[in-house]
Design a protein around this ligand. Sequence first.
Ligand SMILES: [Fe+2]
Ligand SMILES: [Fe+2]
Length: 164
Amino acid sequence: MNKKLLFAMQHQIKEEYLNAFAYLDMANQVMKMGYFGYAKWLFSQYREEIDHAEKTIDFLMNRHAEIDVRSLRINFSFETYTNPLEVAKAAFKNECLVTSLISKTYEIAAEVKDFQAVDLYDWFIAEQTEEEKSTRQLVKRLTNSNNWVMIDQELGKRDFNDEK
Ligand SMILES: [Fe+2]
Ligand SMILES: [Fe+2]
């Protein structure tokens, strides 16, 4: 497998884990604020990000590409949020960052003509459209309404198992 592509894919795995822990941190913080539905929603996001990391790991293992596991060590810096809207804004920003990273990885896959990797990143590109959409909508809803308790209740209805 192309070294430059492998390096970029490992970087993506790491970013997915970083995003997972960012969501876990957010889930804990909104829970402390008393928004339990929102916490559950963010915890589902955490699990999705873990799934994303594992999706790329699975692909690399199927290709017999050696993963530098030690390079995946995470240096996570904690953020402090004061309200649910700040959390949503940070989540949206993180998703946009991941989209640009995934686009770059896609570009490398196409450049080195690894069409199996292109196929994998086709999936990720579509997924990022969904991720940006859901976090952007959350920012809008929390901006447009002061009734955060109602929004919290709605977010609590999300069931991760239904999404599999
Ligand atoms: Fe992701
Ligand atoms: Fe995501």
